[in-house]
Write a protein that binds this ligand. Structure first.
Ligand SMILES: [Fe+2]
Length: 290
């Protein structure tokens, strides 16, 4: 049995959210759900997440899992909102603890924030199984973009997060704290060992060349036509290309709000005495000097 996969695109951040469901049991998993965020005002919104909820309801789907491929630096997660409305367990790779410790230091978070993964319902290791009705999913650790990155394989559907993008988009940056291009190379080799017909669903698409956003390719297509990393690309060539390219990239627009929320499994920081939740901006820490 193969899962039904429904994609949802979030144009402001180029993010793809997916609902994967087992047609037999109608059990569903949501992968990488987005919370709307207006950086000008600091307001959050749930219109995008509500579209996912409407899809679950229309299909009479039971939400079992809310899966993060990693703690994203470019969009906020709506996992807790989805869970409050539809249930399910929020899960992420166990490498999140390292990411939490790193960003606890960068953002100067206090004792209230404990970097041991407790904010999530499940921490996943390479090879862990995830039940989705009659389909058994598998966790594949794919560090490199970040140290907590994992991919999820349900039947023939592989959710790769930010390992590779669509073949004409290449691969994800590896210059965040804990990222490593050589590690990403090895992670992608694991994915390329899967059957050629495996469907590959990416977490982002930035419409290279101005084409329409796309979300699905196959392992076979990636092996032969990924512009950064084909099956026969030497590791040294890839790592050199990746490092040179990463040196030119700007810090993502939403890294400061995204990471602070996403390392809390999508929860905003506890409200202060005035009832308001605040985010912190570390001055002259991230990015290159101006
Ligand atoms: Fe990412």
């Amino acid at each position: 049995m193969q899962p039904t996969v429904t994609p949802f695109f979030h144009p402001p951040t180029g993010t793809w959210t997916y609902v994967a469901s087992d047609p037999g049991s109608r059990d569903a998993a949501v992968v990488d759900p987005v919370l709307d965020y207006d950086w000008r005002s600091g307001r959050t919104g749930t219109a995008t997440a509500d579209a996912v909820l409407a899809h679950l309801e229309a299909g009479n789907l039971r939400l079992r899992w809310i899966l993060e491929t990693h703690a994203h630096a470019d969009h906020l997660s709506s996992a807790p909102y989805l869970q409050s409305k539809a249930g399910g367990q929020i899960a992420i790779g166990q490498g999140i603890r390292q990411v939490q410790a790193t960003f606890k230091r960068i953002f100067g978070l206090g004792d209230e924030f404990v970097p041991d993964g407790r904010q999530f319902d499940r921490l996943l290791a390479d090879g862990d199984a995830l039940e989705l009705g009659g389909i058994t999913g598998k966790v594949i650790a794919t560090p490199g973009h970040t140290s907590d990155s994992v991919s999820y394989l349900f039947g023939d559907a592989l959710f790769v997060g930010d390992t590779v993008f669509m073949p004409d988009g290449g691969s994800a940056r590896c210059d965040f704290p804990g990222g490593d291009a050589a590690e990403l190379f090895r992670s992608v080799q694991k994915l390329y060992a899967l059957p050629a017909e495996t469907r590959v669903f990416v977490c982002h698409d930035y419409s290279p060349g101005g084409r329409q956003p796309r979300c699905e390719s196959t392992i076979g297509e990636q092996r032969t036509s990924n512009i950064h990393l084909k099956a026969d690309t030497p590791e040294g060539d890839y790592v050199a290309m990746r490092r040179a390219r990463d040196a030119t990239l700007d810090v993502p627009n939403l890294i400061i709000p995204s990471v602070q929320v996403n390392i809390r499994a999508g929860h905003t920081p506890p409200a202060e005495s005035d009832g308001v939740s605040y985010l912190r901006v570390p001055l002259n820490v991230l990015g290159r000097p101006l």
